[in-house]
Design a protein around this ligand. Structure first.
Ligand SMILES: Cc1cc2nc3c(=O)[nH]c(=O)nc-3n(C[C@H](O)[C@H](O)[C@H](O)COP(=O)(O)OP(=O)(O)OC[C@H]3O[C@@H](n4cnc5c(N)ncnc54)[C@H](O)[C@@H]3O)c2cc1C
Length: 510
């Protein structure tokens, strides 16, 4: 293991340090930012070279330094960091993951209470075939939601109404007005007004489908999936596939149809995992070198390498992957690239307070027969939405009980997320009584706060992407939810892509 000791007063510049990478270590000290070795006695112990260097230290402590640097140091053991590390390790690279917290998974967190199992962060994965194959390789068992989960509801004039599930229901149902239906039907034939760039999600849908579709369908969807405000999020950063099909085919519906006919639409379904979603990061971490409770506090250039300061010790790596939130990455970059640090610090995060309510089934007079309900901002609700979690994955709550997971917050409800527990629960419980007819006191309620829950794909991302490209040329790579997709499968995909890229580019791999 690594240690950092105070040097004697006359050699303050020679702060004695140890460096370690892979399984091989050597010892020495740093002087004017350069790593030097000054052994008085050298012991070879298996793969370790251990040096005793009394003239640099006042306590004759043995220290160990790595004989060869790590290929990659990964900062953050959320799904992004673990995915990239898992793939790199599979390519024969030496990888170490540093995590400031006591557990792996970051935002992915599964909790239990009185026989109930529930998620405090993401609840479902929208996974395609490649993800399913990866989960199977990790030995994870996929759990399919009950059949009722295909019904989605949206709050409209104070009550939940089923979102039309297909073209028939869309045209003949009464969810949308005649005017909105006409806008949708005529969308393929509408001439393409040039978009202002960069264009927001709201601007895009207003242009293509009109205000009603934006308010009734897009607004709650964007609030539910991205915890975002469509007036702020950029279409290219959040629903880029729609912007792309419009650019190439001239319309959303025409472009999507063409893409589907060409087989270019990857089918994705909604899943969870047996034991909850946290079993995914745990499975990824099982075979990796992960250092928990080991925050990275500084990155320093050291010749052709990076010196990673973590948990009071130094580690040398050829490349570094930043897999932590943007504001944390910004702090590590201040000394290295102040412009990149400022660009990352500007990325916005929406807060989210998740409340899981345990109820007896007999207390709920009007449960939703579906996945859950989303609340458009115009409805003035308290929560951004509620999931009928207990009904989605049977066996996750005790006999005769049910679970409702409420999402209080997101960019459009940010003030609600910050309320103190007492007021937050009082207002939430009033909403649960109004919407679902909940009677009496809950059997239990768990409140989990994410003050910086979900990175927002708003205009600030553009400068951050330019900065990330510049950093990559210096061996610091971003693989995190604040660039190119926030969902768990997006983070897994980005990890795999970067791992293959770094494995291909690593000069020290055989
Ligand atoms: C309430 C909520 C609901 C969500 N719902 C869904 C959903 O249903 N489906 C879906 O696909 N996605 C969902 N998401 C989004 C998704 O969970 C996240 O975007 C994703 O998990 C982020 O992963 P990450 O690894 O990039 O970041 P994180 O999970 O934030 O991990 C970053 C890690 O870095 C560590 N770290 C920070 N600073 C340091 C440091 N200096 N040194 C070392 N380590 C450090 C942190 O402790 C953390 O473990 C949801 C998110 C939230 C909050």
């Amino acid at each position: 293991m690594i240690s950092s000791r105070a040097s004697r007063p006359c050699c303050r510049a020679r702060a004695a340090r140890s460096f370690s990478t892979g399984n091989k270590r050597f010892s020495g000290f740093t002087h004017q930012g350069r790593c030097r070795v000054m052994p008085a006695l050298m012991l070879i112990n298996g793969q370790n070279a251990i040096f005793w260097h009394a003239d640099t230290m006042n306590d004759n402590t043995l220290q160990t330094f790595p004989l060869s640097p790590l290929h990659v140091a990964v900062v953050g053991a959320g799904i992004s960091g673990l995915s990239v590390a898992w793939f790199m390790a599979g390519q024969g690279m030496t990888v170490r993951v540093f995590e400031s917290g006591e557990r792996v998974g970051g935002k992915i967190r599964t909790l239990g209470q009185n026989g109930a199992l529930f998620e405090a962060g993401p609840n479902t994965l929208m996974a395609g075939d490649a993800h399913l194959a990866w989960l199977a390789e990790l030995g994870l068992q996929v759990e399919y939601p009950s059949a009722q989960s295909r019904h989605r509801f949206v709050l409209s004039q104070g009550r939940y109404r089923r979102l039309p599930g297909g073209p028939g229901a869309l045209l003949f149902g009464d969810f949308f007005s005649m005017g909105a239906k006409w806008r949708m039907l005529s969308e393929p034939f509408r001439r393409n007004r040039p978009a202002t760039r960069p264009e927001t999600v709201a601007g895009f849908f207003r242009r293509r489908l009109g205000d009603e579709v934006l308010a009734k369908a897009v607004n709650p969807f964007v609030g539910g999936v991205f915890a975002g405000d469509p007036e702020q999020l950029l279409i290219d950063e959040t629903l880029g596939v729609l912007a792309e099909v419009e650019r190439t085919a001239g319309s959303i519906s025409g472009g999507m149809l063409r893409k589907a006919l060409k087989g270019g639409m990857q089918r994705r379904n909604t899943y969870s995992l047996s034991g909850g979603l946290e079993s995914l990061p745990r499975a990824l971490a099982r075979t990796l070198d992960v250092r928990l409770s080991c925050p990275v506090t500084a990155l320093r250039p050291s010749g052709a390498h990076w010196q990673v300061e973590a948990g009071g010790q130094s580690h040398l790596a050829e490349q570094v992957v930043l897999a932590l939130p943007a504001f944390g990455a910004a702090r590590l970059l201040e000394e290295i690239d102040a412009e990149a640090a400022a660009a990352f610090a500007a990325i916005r995060y929406a807060p989210m307070t998740v409340v899981v309510t345990r109820l007896r089934c007999t207390q709920v007079m009007r449960p939703l027969e579906g996945f859950g309900g989303l609340n458009p901002a115009a409805e003035g609700a308290f929560a951004a939405g509620h999931l009928m979690t207990g009904a989605l994955y049977p066996g996750r709550c005790a006999e005769g009980e049910m679970l409702i997971t409420s999402f209080v917050g997101g960019a459009q409800y940010a003030a609600h997320a910050a309320l103190a527990d007492e007021e937050l629960l009082a207002r939430l419980n009033r909403e649960l009584a109004d919407l679902f007819g909940v009677e009496g006191e809950a059997c239990g309620q768990v409140v989990v706060r994410w003050p910086e829950a979900i990175a927002q794909g708003s205009v600030e991302v553009l400068a951050a992407r330019v900065a990330a490209k510049r950093l990559a040329a210096r061996g610091i790579h971003v693989c995190a939810s604040f660039l190119d997709g926030v969902s768990v499968p997006d983070c897994m995909d980005k990890g795999k892509k970067l791992a293959l890229q770094l494995a291909g580019a690593s000069p020290s791999l055989p």
